[in-house]
Ligand binder design. Structure first.
Ligand SMILES: Cc1ncc(COP(=O)(O)O)c(C=O)c1O
Length: 288
């Protein structure tokens, strides 16, 4: 999915067109890919049927984080798995942002769906720049030295990053820590919802465990397009308002998410909620 703001250029919701987000992307990249709507099995089946036998894989974030945080609707990922098997298409979970964050085994574990391949990156690096992928044995055996696909690289199996990643996974992200982060995630999301309700602010909250977002649309979005209806002026006021009070609430785009880490405490959550209430009150007085 792209963060394009024009739904007209992006075509109908059930059959979106590819929109190039950056200069330097060759035409072949969009000609050889199809975009489907998240949480929309009909949109997926339409493309799989239309291009049967031509599609190698379907890649998605099982919980879409680049649109606030949009969890999968009940049954969506099960349907995705069934359709990809039916049409003989590999299912790849992009767990770059959620792997090891929403559960020790990421989205695959959380939603109990077995993809064919998984991509992982920053979330498992213990603060260092680590990337990884893995999956079914017969697919991994296609890579050198066992198979014909070459996978060389300067940083492959880099000892520093792999040690940092492993140490973080074993010693920081313990079972108890996941429980703690989930609890803080619930406290923060429900606190935000209460503030929004109290102020009658036109926003909603979506979250999955310690990740989430204030969506500046009144109803919780289920698709990227619904999230993209976000009132960008309100979001900008919120983001700069929070920064000016010493809190980085999320990355610098409306489609990013907040992230509660292993280091956060109940006090951090309470303090952030108090600051959020002040900021939203100020925005309400100024703009609404
Ligand atoms: C969901 C998702 N997948 C993949 C990537 C790209 O990851 P990398 O820079 O490790 O290739 C990003 C970038 O942040 C991302 O948000």
């Amino acid at each position: 999915m792209t963060s394009c703001s024009s739904t007209t250029a992006a075509g109908p919701a059930w059959m979106p067109s590819s929109i190039v987000e950056s200069a330097g992307i060759p035409a072949g990249a969009t000609e050889n890919t199809f975009v489907v709507q998240f949480n929309d099995l009909e949109s997926l089946e339409y493309q799989l049927k239309k291009h049967e036998g031509e599609i190698a894989c379907f890649i998605l974030e099982p919980c879409m984080t680049n649109g606030g945080v949009i969890p999968p609707d009940p049954g969506y990922l099960k349907g995705v798995r069934e359709l990809t098997i039916k049409y003989n298409v590999l299912l790849i979970f992009d767990e770059v942002k959620i792997g090891a964050r929403i559960a020790p085994g990421g989205g695959a574990e959380k939603y109990k769906i077995k993809p064919d391949l998984i991509t992982l990156a920053k979330a498992i690096g213990g603060g260092t720049p680590l990337g990884a992928f893995g999956g079914r044995r017969e697919l991994m055996e296609l890579i050198t030295p066992l198979g014909p696909a070459v996978h060389f690289g300067t940083y492959n199996a880099n000892p520093l990053t792999t040690t940092a990643g492993l140490t973080c996974l074993k010693e920081v992200l313990t079972a108890g820590k996941y429980k703690e982060m989930d609890k803080l995630g619930e406290k923060y999301a429900s606190g935000l919802e209460e503030i929004i309700k109290r102020l009658n602010f036109p926003a909603s909250v979506t979250h999955e465990g310690p990740l989430g977002g204030i969506q500046f649309v009144p109803e919780k979005p289920h698709t990227y397009r619904e999230a993209n209806q976000c009132n960008k002026d309100l979001w900008r006021e919120y983001w700069y308002g929070m920064l000016s009070k010493g809190v980085i609430p999320m990355g610098s785009g409306w489609f990013e998410e907040y992230s509660i880490s292993a280091a956060h405490t109940v006090n951090d959550i309470e303090e952030t909620l108090n600051i959020t209430e002040d900021v939203l009150k100020t925005i309400k007085n100024k703009l609404l």
